[in-house]
Design a protein around this ligand. Structure first.
Ligand SMILES: NC(=O)c1ccc[n+]([C@@H]2O[C@H](COP(=O)([O-])OP(=O)(O)OC[C@H]3O[C@@H](n4cnc5c(N)ncnc54)[C@H](O)[C@@H]3O)[C@@H](O)[C@H]2O)c1
Length: 410
């Protein structure tokens, strides 16, 4: 009921008002702590049964369910997805499905027990403007696709990493979590870049051939809060990703797709621009829509047999999970940036503390535009290794070694 699950409750309540869904049951181990929310969602009036254990909920209610939404901590996704699909019920699973490539394979196998595929809730794949542009890209209108880049900054105050027991963690009870800006908070945009680079169909994602990465942290957390990652797809497209939580000011993100005849600049919630090499510029305002409600609607259409597939299936997540795992394996270590490179900024209005890496914007610009690594301009680490999917089995030893070298975790 808490965190993003609350947003799902709001979305489902809206859809229920419009006769498009009916909530049968819900659960939270601390259900009583959400008394006020339960009232505002009118759970009692709507006849929604409330449980503290999801297994008891499934046992009692499974015959009535067409789908189950799983918006819980990442490390619970696979066991909950397994329990639901074992009953033949598909799942609306929050992103990321898991950040462990081997667990993803098990989940793909489990998903086949349900007659309908599960959806992974990457919000932006259903955007009509994104889909229309990708169709034009696939039709060759912009010339051959050469590269795609993402720069994304989302300042997070120190308290963000203390909000639950898994924030910023690499491992929990020796299980892979890998919570980070790349794997979690900004994962949507990483998955979007893979969507741009996927061919031959609209529902294709770029397949990973090789990855190189440098991982840094400003916060005293187990995982990384800043990623510089470069990857080649099997079709020879180069992708660069620069992401950070260790910054201050406004959140920004820009997806860029470079083709022979034009460059597309796509900002979710902002503007979409096509810069043609002959000097023309087409600008389109971003058509806002309620992403969560529309993702529910899109998935219901699929479950009713009115559309051929969910926007993102578990199989479609292989490139994302592979890329995230290989970024860790390539980097081999998470480099703690010292006081000389990190500035503490207090936002008096918010009453929150931010840690910002000095020179981050220019480092990101040089990396995105020219592929220049921070380590080449003095950031204190050696370059990452070039790794390929054959290196994936090294994930566990890498992550354990990173966790063993963690700073004092608050
Ligand atoms: N699609 C998006 O835009 C978006 C945005 C934010 C978060 N998310 C995703 O949503 C998921 C949850 O993230 P969060 O930050 O809200 O996490 P969170 O730690 O706040 O947990 C969400 C809720 O799950 C509940 N929970 C914990 N254990 C449970 C259990 N055993 N059974 C039932 N409920 C349980 C918690 O009590 C909490 O209320 C993650 O996968 C995250 O990436 C998606």
């Amino acid at each position: 009921m808490g965190g993003f699950a609350g947003w799902h409750h709001n979305a489902v309540a809206r859809l229920e008002e419009q006769g498009e869904a009916r909530l049968i049951c819900t659960c939270d181990p601390q259900a009583a702590a959400f008394a006020a929310q339960q009232q505002s969602w009118h759970l009692a009036q709507r006849g929604v049964r409330v449980f503290e254990d999801y297994r008891a909920m499934l046992e009692a209610c499974h015959r009535e369910l067409d789908l189950v939404v799983v918006p819980t901590p990442i490390q619970l996704h696979s066991e909950m997805h397994a329990a639901v699909t074992a009953l033949g019920i598909p799942v609306y699973l929050e992103k990321p499905p898991t950040l462990d490539y081997a667990e993803l394979e098990q989940m793909i196998t489990n998903d086949r027990r349900s007659p309908k595929a599960s959806l992974v809730g990457f919000n932006f794949i259903i955007e009509p403007q994104r889909r229309a542009l990708k169709q034009r890209l696939l039709a060759g209108e912009f010339g051959a696709l050469r590269a795609a880049t993402l720069s994304a900054f989302w300042p997070r105050p120190a308290e963000y990493f203390q909000r639950n027991n898994w924030a910023g963690r690499l491992l929990l009870n020796d299980r892979v979590v890998l919570d980070s800006c790349f794997g979690n908070a900004l994962a949507h945009f990483v998955h979007n870049i893979l969507f741009w680079t996927g061919a031959p169909d609209l529902a294709s994602w770029g397949q990973i051939a090789a990855v190189r990465a440098e991982l840094y942290r400003a916060h005293a957390i187990e995982g990384a809060d800043t990623f510089f990652t470069e990857a080649d797809t099997t079709s020879g497209v180069t992708m660069r990703f620069a992401l950070s939580h260790a910054c201050s000011g406004a959140s920004t993100h820009v997806e860029t797709v470079l083709c022979d005849n034009a460059t597309i600049r796509y900002v979710v919630g902002g503007t979409i621009e096509i810069r043609w090499n002959d000097g023309r510029v087409d600008t389109m305002p971003f058509e806002n829509f309620d992403g969560l409600v529309e993702n529910h609607r899109d998935y219901y259409r699929y479950l009713r047999g009115e559309s051929p597939r969910p926007a993102t299936t578990l199989v479609d997540c292989r490139p994302f999970v592979t890329l995230n795992d290989l970024a860790h394996i390539s980097a081999g270590q998470i480099t703690m940036l010292g006081a000389d490179r990190v500035t503490a900024i207090r936002d008096e209005k918010e009453q929150k503390e931010y840690l910002a890496i000095a020179g981050l914007s220019s480092a990101v610009e040089r990396f995105i535009a020219r592929g220049e690594w921070p380590s080449a301009s003095g950031w204190p680490r050696p370059p990452g290794d070039v790794v390929t999917p054959a290196d994936l089995p090294r994930l566990y030893e890498t992550v354990r070694a990173m966790a063993a070298a963690r700073p004092q975790v608050p």
